[in-house]
Write a protein of this length. Structure first.
Length: 280
C-alpha cells in the first residue's frame, strides 16, 4: 500500500496493538468518579409483556459505572457493544444480568443501568368488551453499590381518572373529574411485574382510563368514578397501603398529579413508604 492509500484508509495501515489506550492510563488527582458512562442513548429493544409475548419498543438508556481514582477514563464503546448484544426480549432477570455483565466488561465495582420506554397494555372496555391499547411510561433500574449490593427498581406512570369528593358533595349536578397520572417507583423483587404496579394504580383510582369506549362503557366509567370519588391525597394513601402490603415491594414512592379540569394548575401529592420485601 502506497502513502496515498494509507492516507485514505488509515485504519488499514494501523494495528490496534500500536494505538495507545489513553483511558487506562494513570490519573494522579486521586478523585474517584461515582458515575461515568453514556446517557440519553436511544435503542430499539424487545421486552417481555405481561402475557408473555415480546413487545417491541424504543428505549432510552443511561449506563454508568464507578471509576477508581487511579484510572483516567472508562471505555465508552463497551456500553454500546453490550447493548447491541441484547437480542432476546428483556425481562427483570435478564435486565439484572445485563447490569452484572456491564460491571464485568467495564471492570467496575459499582454500576447504574436505567431503561425508560413506553409500555402498551391491551385493555377490554368494561361493558362492550371492545379492545384497545393504553400506553404507560416505564423505567427499569438496576444498581449496584458497596453499601446495598444490587437493587432492582420499577417505575410506572399510569393514566387514571379521579373525581373530586368536595365537588360531588356541594354540587346539585355532577362533579368535576379529570385524568390523573399515578407514578409508582418501587424497589422490587425480580418476580414483580410491570403490570402488577399498573394494576395497583388503576384499582385504587376513581376509575380506569381506556383507549376506546362505546356508549354503554362511557356510562359505566362515568358512574363508577362518581361512586368512587377521591382527592389527590386519597389516591396516594390508598396506593401506598397496597404497596406496603406487597411482599415483592421494598422502598417505594407514590405520586399523583391531577390535571384539574376547573383550574389552570394541577393538584399533586407524594408519599414514601416500604413494602414487605426484605431489605437488601
Amino acid at each position: 500500500m502506497n502513502a496515498f492509500d494509507r492516507a485514505l484508509h488509515p485504519a488499514v495501515s494501523v494495528s490496534a496493538q500500536t494505538l495507545e489506550d489513553t483511558q487506562s492510563s494513570p490519573d494522579a488527582r486521586h478523585l474517584p468518579i461515582h458515575r461515568v458512562g453514556v446517557k440519553a442513548l436511544r435503542y430499539p429493544m424487545q421486552i417481555v409483556a405481561g402475557n408473555g409475548s415480546a413487545q417491541g419498543t424504543v428505549a432510552t438508556f443511561a449506563m454508568y459505572v464507578g471509576l477508581p481514582e487511579h484510572v483516567k477514563g472508562t471505555h465508552m464503546s463497551r456500553f454500546i457493544q453490550l447493548l447491541d448484544e441484547q437480542r432476546a426480549p428483556l425481562e427483570s432477570k435478564s435486565f439484572l444480568r445485563m447490569e452484572s455483565l456491564m460491571r464485568q466488561r467495564l471492570e467496575a465495582d459499582s454500576a447504574y443501568l436505567e431503561m425508560a420506554f413506553p409500555y402498551f397494555r391491551r385493555k377490554a372496555a368494561p361493558v362492550s368488551g371492545v379492545e384497545s391499547l393504553i400506553d404507560c411510561d416505564v423505567k427499569l433500574i438496576a444498581e449496584t453499590t458497596a453499601a446495598r449490593g444490587t437493587t432492582f427498581t420499577i417505575e410506572v406512570v399510569a393514566p387514571v381518572t379521579s373525581l373530586c369528593p368536595c365537588s360531588k358533595k356541594i354540587s346539585d349536578y355532577g362533579a368535576h373529574n379529570q385524568r390523573s397520572h399515578i407514578t409508582i417507583r418501587a424497589e422490587a423483587s425480580p418476580t414483580l411485574s410491570i403490570d402488577a404496579l399498573i394494576d395497583i394504580a388503576e384499582r385504587e383510582a376513581s376509575s380506569e382510563v381506556y383507549g376506546v369506549l362505546k356508549r354503554a362503557d362511557e356510562k359505566f366509567v362515568t358512574e363508577r368514578a362518581y361512586d368512587n370519588p377521591k382527592f389527590v391525597e386519597d389516591l396516594v394513601r390508598d396506593i401506598a397501603l397496597a404497596c406496603r402490603n406487597d411482599a415483592d415491594v421494598g422502598d417505594f414512592m407514590v405520586a399523583s398529579e391531577n390535571f384539574e379540569s376547573i383550574h389552570n394548575h394541577s393538584a399533586y401529592a407524594e408519599i414514601y413508604g416500604r413494602g414487605r420485601l426484605p431489605a437488601s
